[in-house]
Ligand binder design. Structure first.
Ligand code: CMX
Length: 133
């Protein structure tokens, strides 16, 4: 894995949280995107080499809605940049991690993504992401 690509933060109100993070980080949101397959609206911020992704649910069955109802708003996942997501998924499977999808999915911000179950990683949801070139 190359670096932390972004940290995902679950929020109730994307507009309100975006305005707050713009103030906090002193930079404007550079992208807002809806990922229909994940039932989320997202807002991205650049912080040096890294990014913050704010996520709000668009449906009750969204993983974000479930997360907030159980744990409240807060850090939802840490995403790592990888060069070859297929190879990393195979490697993690061999190491005994539980992957939440068999094949990479198309995620926000032009990425192929795969999640690792938080129960297999000390309670932290991990995302692998590879830029779609
Ligand atoms: N971080 C840490 N723990 C989490 C978690 C998270 N983000 N989401 C759920 N959990 C915990 C639950 O609290 C629960 O713990 P306990 O058993 O101690 O209560 C456990 O994981 C299992 O939870 P669950 O209720 O049985 O399962 P869920 O239906 O909530 O599913 C998960 C959890 C991680 C499998 C599911 O959210 C998932 O598949 N996530 C991947 C997809 C995703 O998160 N999409 C949204 C983001 C998309 C994007 O980045 O664009």
């Amino acid at each position: 894995m190359n670096k932390i690509e972004h940290i995902g933060i679950a929020v109730n109100d994307l507009k309100q949280a975006s305005a707050l993070y713009e103030k906090l980080l002193g930079t404007n949101c550079y992208k807002m995107e809806t990922v229909e397959s994940e039932n989320v609206n997202t807002a991205f911020f650049k912080v040096g080499e890294n990014k913050i992704e704010l996520l709000a649910a668009t449906a009750e069955e969204s993983a974000i809605a479930k997360f907030i109802s159980k744990k409240g708003e807060g850090i939802h996942h840490i995403a790592f940049d990888v060069d070859d997501i297929y190879a990393e998924m195979e490697r993690l499977k061999r190491e005994g991690f539980v992957l939440l999808n068999e094949q990479p999915k198309k995620g926000a911000d032009n990425k192929l993504i795969c999640f690792v179950h938080p129960k297999a990683t000390n309670g932290v949801l991990i995302e692998l992401c590879q830029e779609i070139r």
